[in-house]
Write a protein that binds this ligand. Structure first.
Ligand code: TNX
Length: 535
């Protein structure tokens, strides 16, 4: 049996060589649902036609943009295929219902390539797979000489396992420039990620222009107190996104079928806002009496949820909703030490007035004000799993970070969840022995552990598994001060997470993944991603 298989493989290899074809075995990441290898290869030449009609044409022009720099070919488009001319054809077909919104088939024969999908994102993902079937040099920004652009003949059928395949960026701790975010988005798209959560506000900085409160960004983006305390450094402590920057990023991401999910932290992790607007804090009088630069250590990072603070955050969310079309708006909700409210006379009075039993309920009450507010605009609140304490707001989606318990409880109560546990998705953690790694926040999260993750824990009842929207990897920025370091922390772990989020559970195989990854890293290298080398 084994010998037979070996002979068969040898036979295929010999056939391939005999035909003058060495297009290699497909090494696609994330692993598609099914890949049937056939003999031979399709050769891309300047004569190849790019064929598409109607809305498929937008994807075809992205394909041309992907293929042009490295090949130097001036690829011509057409709306239909003439006879048996070599072509790459993109077709949309509403009847391909098995493929869902993001699935595709990719049919490569010696005579041509066809990508078919029900909806445009499927064509886009088929194109990402096609890029990975070409030699790695296709990712070069300059014309690559002496390359034959062969694509191995295959038939691929592919759809994602989860609808939320996310990464989180944290420009609040160290600002990330617009071009660096775009580059990050490009690499995400190659891995078929579709959500990018951006942590826009925290104690260390407020990074989004809000027209109603202009000083939030103007002053709130100029702080480095907390970073200095932590030993964080680097050139990108300061900066914020103007509303124009945000619009541009949202547009750029949307072209790549990535939804930017804004995160505005409340009620904790709000130090930057409190420094600028002391009236939000627990002790507005004494804090406001201090000069700005002396307020940093005195905010406790926690607002007092009095009515004017509720109104303030709703004002902020109003502008956020105008900028971000995302169905989900993240309001943070993590790590609040509600003892500060329990011990505060004004908050005790407010709890009594609202008939709330304790400060956890006050936390829930505050989050629920945001939930109701967002729901009026048909948006859905997402928060870290602490929003479960004191009662979960009716429409809330939970992001489970302190392990899986929060996600399990929320899903079993019929709420949507995104799995983001520290144990498997915290890419700010060490990925090797700390003594041989750059300084990180702590933890230990090697590649294999990321890969091993299954976002549907057994403790979620089968009928509630559909509430697990997917999975997200976090790149918290306290110790990530440059774009190169961001790459190093993200890749290849994000490639492993891409497969967790996309590929069927039964198609996952770590050794096979690492084999594909070795070739995949050639692609990332050509793109200029500063990934961490394999052990
Ligand atoms: C906890 S995860 C936080 C972040 C930190 C991170 C560092 C979460 C909801 N809160 O503010 O950056 O740990 O690993």
């Amino acid at each position: 049996m084994r010998l037979g298989a070996a002979l068969l493989v040898a036979g295929v290899v010999v056939l391939g060589l005999a035909a003058g074809v060495d297009a290699g075995e497909p090494s696609v990441i994330p692993q598609p649902v099914s890949v049937q290898r056939r003999e031979g290869a399709f050769r891309l030449t300047p004569q190849t036609r790019i064929v598409a009609r109607g809305p498929a044409w937008a994807e075809a022009s992205k394909l041309i943009d992907f293929l042009t720099p490295a090949t130097g070919f001036v690829l011509r488009g057409a709306t239909s295929r003439q006879g048996d001319e070599p072509a790459i054809e993109l077709t949309l077909d509403r009847n391909l219902s098995d493929l869902g919104d993001e699935g595709y088939t990719l049919d490569v024969t010696r005579g041509g390539i066809t990508i078919a999908a029900r909806r445009p994102p499927g064509l886009f993902y088929g194109i990402q797979t096609l890029r990975q079937l070409l030699p790695a040099a296709i990712f070069s920004k300059a014309k690559a000489d002496d390359v034959t652009w062969d694509v191995p003949c295959v038939y691929i059928t592919d759809t994602p396992r989860f609808q939320w395949r996310g990464l989180l960026l944290d420009p609040a701790r160290h600002f990330i420039s617009v071009p660096d975010v775009k580059r990050f988005i490009d690499v995400m798209a190659l891995h078929k990620f579709n959500h990018l959560q951006v942590h826009l506000t925290d104690n260390e900085g407020w990074r989004i222009e809000i027209r109603k409160y202009p000083q939030l960004a103007q002053l709130g983006s100029q702080m480095d107190w907390n970073l200095r305390r932590r030993g964080g450094t680097g050139p990108r402590r300061f900066g914020f996104y103007t509303q124009e920057d945000i619009r541009e990023l949202v547009r750029y991401a949307a072209e790549r079928y990535i939804t930017i999910v804004p995160e505005i932290e409340m009620p904790f992790h709000t130090g930057a806002a409190i420094v600028v607007h002391p009236e939000l804090g627990i002790t507005p009088g004494p804090l406001g009496a201090l000069p700005l630069e002396q307020r940093w250590y005195k905010t406790r990072g926690l607002i007092a949820p009095r009515p004017r603070a509720v109104a303030f955050f709703q004002d902020v969310l109003t502008e956020v909703m105008e900028l971000f079309p995302s169905a989900h708006i993240h309001i943070g909700g993590d790590e609040a030490n509600t003892e500060h409210w329990a011990n505060d006379p004004e908050m005790q009075e407010q709890m009594k007035r609202l008939e709330l039993a304790d400060a956890h309920e006050l936390h829930s009450w505050f989050i629920a004000r945001m939930d109701v507010f967002l729901a009026q605009y048909e948006r859905r609140l997402v928060g870290w799993d602490e929003i479960l304490q004191g009662g979960l707001a009716p429409g809330a989606t939970v992001m489970s970070w302190r392990g899986e318990q929060g996600g399990i409880a929320a899903a079993n109560a019929g709420h949507d969840v995104v799995m983001a546990p520290t144990s498997h998705t915290y890419f700010d953690y060490y990925q090797g022995p700390p003594e041989s790694e750059p300084l990180a926040i702590g933890g230990n999260l090697p590649l294999a552990r990321v890969y091993s993750y299954d976002p549907i824990p057994e403790a979620i009842a089968a009928e509630n598994a559909r509430h697990v929207l997917g999975v997200q990897g976090q790149l918290w920025g306290e110790y990530i001060a440059t774009a190169e370091h961001l790459d190093y922390m993200a890749y290849p772990r994000a490639a492993a997470l891409a497969e967790v989020g996309w590929s069927p559970r039964e198609r996952k195989d770590y050794d096979d993944f690492v084999g594909r990854l070795e070739r995949h890293l050639q692609r990332l290298k050509t793109i200029g991603v500063h990934f961490r080398a394999l052990d």
